[in-house]
Structures are given as C-alpha cells and as structure tokens.
Design a protein around this ligand. Structure first.
Ligand SMILES: [Zn+2]
Length: 366
C-alpha cells in the first residue's frame, strides 16, 4: 500500500490542510479561513476536524504516516509550545503540539512555517535533487530556512535561519527586533513601501505620490508595476532592495557554501526589478560566489588574485575543485504551496520513534 501524510499550513489568514503521498502527489486539499480571533482552541479544533476528514478518507487505500504542521512563530521544539507568534495573536505559550495530539490519534510534528517552506522547495521545488540549500522568503519581512542533507537545520534551539535580522547596514533604520539595518528593513514588502514613502516625502517621486494617493492598495506590487513601466524612482527602490539582498546573500554564501540559494515569498515576483543589482552585489562581495558562480568570468581571477588569502596549496586545490560545482541563486517554484508540501514531507521524514523534533545540533536528526 502506498504511503501518505497530512501537511498543514496555519497562517494568520488561511488554514490549509492537504493529503500528500510520499512521492509528492497531492491527493486532497482543504482551505479554510483561519479564525484566529476565536482563539487557539477553536482554530486547532477546526484544523483537527479537517485533518481527520482527509486522513479517514485516504486511509482506506493508503498507509497514513502522520501530520506535519507549519506555524508562524517561535516554537519550542522540545515541548511543542508556540512561544510567540506575531501572526497568531492569542497563541503565545499555547501547547499546540499537545492540543493537536489530544484530538488526533496520529503522530504530529510541529515546525516553523519558514522552515517547512524551505523543506518543500528542497523536496519538490527549485532545489529538488539538491541535498543542501537555503531558502530566503521575501514577504512582509524576510523568513528563511536551511536544509542540510534533506533535513531542516534547526540550530541549537530552533532559531537558525533568521536571515531577515542579519545586519546589512550598521547605521540603518531601526528594526522591530531591536537592531538597526536588518536585511528585512531593505529587502521585503514593508521595506519597499517604506522607501517609497520616504521618496514621496522628499518630493522626488511624482509617480509614486500619484499612485499612493489614488490607490487603496498601495503596496510593493504597485511600486513594482511602476518600476517595470520605467519610473526611475521605483526602479531605484528595487535596485536598493537587490543591493541589500545581495549583501545578505554574499554573507550566507561565504559562510555556508551551499549548492543552492532559493529566493521565494510574494516579493520574489519582483525578481526582474531587483535581481540584476542583487547578482552584481553578490559577485562583488562574495569570494565563494565569485569562485563558483555559473559561468563566472571572475573564477580564474579569484584563484590567482594576490589579495585572496589562500592558506596553503591544499586550499588552492580545494577552491579549484569547487569550481566544478556551482553556487546557484534562483527563484522558488512552489509559491504558497511550499509550506504545505514541506509540512507533509516533515511528517513522512520523522521515524516511528520520534514524535517531536529533538533539540539537536545534528543536522541529520530531527
Ligand atoms: Zn531585525
């Protein structure tokens, strides 16, 4: 009998539940509004009802492996508590894992939504067949996840992959996290709107000012539309966006040296407007990218450049060998389904003996 699992994507707006086979075939999907104001008990009960409907239906012909749930916020991986969630008010310190398992006779795995989206892209999306990849999700802020050996890298306590709060401008605008100049203050939907409003306030952006006063939904999409229509100020905003995203990526590439960096999230659809300055910045700032970029003319320069401090001949040989494998920066493919597929994958990956991911530094153990 073939195997399937259930993936759940609980966001501030929608609750989505899907039955997905271990081969990645979508069997069924339920989309409901997430009635967050009615409280966590109500939302979790609705979620479990949907899970039961799908699992009972498909259990007749397939072997049911369990449930994976992607949730926005900081999750205690040891206890399955949702510690804090900006998108789910009222859920702070709620024992999500316990409450789901209490309602279901099934194995349940909880995970941060950005991490499950990364796993989804690695399983069936842009990074399919690539064991090691990072996914940077550009939305209202910046989320992300790191997948090593086909498994989510949690870090010590599940907080790895906070790409949005890496400093890219020491004296930059203040961030909600308390730092200044975080990447998400420059390369996210809210950053695009901030930069547009600043340009309007300076009186330098007549097209943006007109759009802001005439459109109810003045947002990153309308600013992108102005950019592709040739508005210079809007184009400049996306060049700035790309520049700072490039600074972030250059650091990630230097540190992680992964095969692939996937750019996802709603704002990644503005790729045409920000990618040129992003690639330019990465190439300038990352020695690892310069040495491994697909078709990079700088590969030979880096290998022979006098300022490149290669520790010894062994390192030189290693770098030369690394040019045989390239660093790919590309767009995500699964869109908003990445989280659903990743959550289902998570449930399928967890062994029979392990219901909650352990706190672990071992990237191969959940
Ligand atoms: Zn921050």
């Amino acid at each position: 009998m073939p195997d399937f699992s259930i993936g759940v994507d609980l966001g501030g707006t929608n609750l989505r539940v899907a039955a997905i086979t271990t081969q990645g075939n979508l069997l069924d999907k339920i989309t409901l509004p997430a009635k967050v104001p009615l409280g966590p008990d109500y939302v979790i009960t609705e979620m479990c009802d949907a899970i039961l409907r799908l699992s009972e239906k498909h259990k007749r012909s397939q072997n049911f492996l369990g449930v994976g749930v992607g949730i926005p916020g900081i999750i205690d991986l040891n206890t399955g508590m949702l510690r804090k969630s900006a998108n789910l008010p009222g859920f702070d310190e709620y024992p999500v894992h316990t409450e789901i398992e209490r309602r279901l006779v099934a194995r349940v795995v909880l995970e941060n939504d950005a991490n499950v989206a990364a796993l989804g892209e690695q399983w069936l999306g842009a990074a399919q067949g690539v064991a090691n990849a990072a996914v940077v999700t550009l939305g209202t802020g910046i989320g992300g996840g790191i997948v090593l050996g086909g498994r989510i890298w949690h870090g010590m306590n599940g907080m790895a992959g906070e790409f949005g709060h890496v400093t890219v401008e020491p004296e930059g605008p203040r961030c909600g996290c308390g730092n200044r100049g975080c990447a998400e203050r420059f390369a996210s939907a809210s950053a695009v709107i901030r930069m547009a409003r600043e340009a309007i306030a300076r009186g330098q952006a007549p097209m943006l000012a007109q759009a802001a006063s005439s459109t109810d939904e003045f947002g990153a999409k309308s600013i992108y539309n102005l950019a592709i229509q040739g508005d210079e100020e809007s184009s400049r905003i996306f060049r700035t966006f790309g520049r700072y995203l490039g600074i972030l990526l250059a650091g990630l590439i230097n540190v992680l040296n992964l095969e692939m960096f996937v750019i996802g999230g709603g704002v990644s659809s503005a790729w045409d407007a920000f990618a040129p300055s992003m690639f330019q910045e990465v190439l300038q700032r990352s020695i690892v990218y310069a040495a491994t970029a697909p078709g990079s003319p700088r590969v030979d320069n880096v290998l022979t450049h006098p300022t490149v401090n290669l520790k010894n001949a062994g390192a030189n040989a290693l770098l030369a060998k690394s040019t045989e494998r390239t660093t790919v920066i590309t767009r995500a493919l699964l869109g908003s389904d990445a989280g659903l597929f990743g959550a289902a994958r998570l449930a399928a990956l967890v062994g029979d003996t392990d219901s909650i991911p352990k706190m672990s530094g071992d990237p191969l153990s959940l």
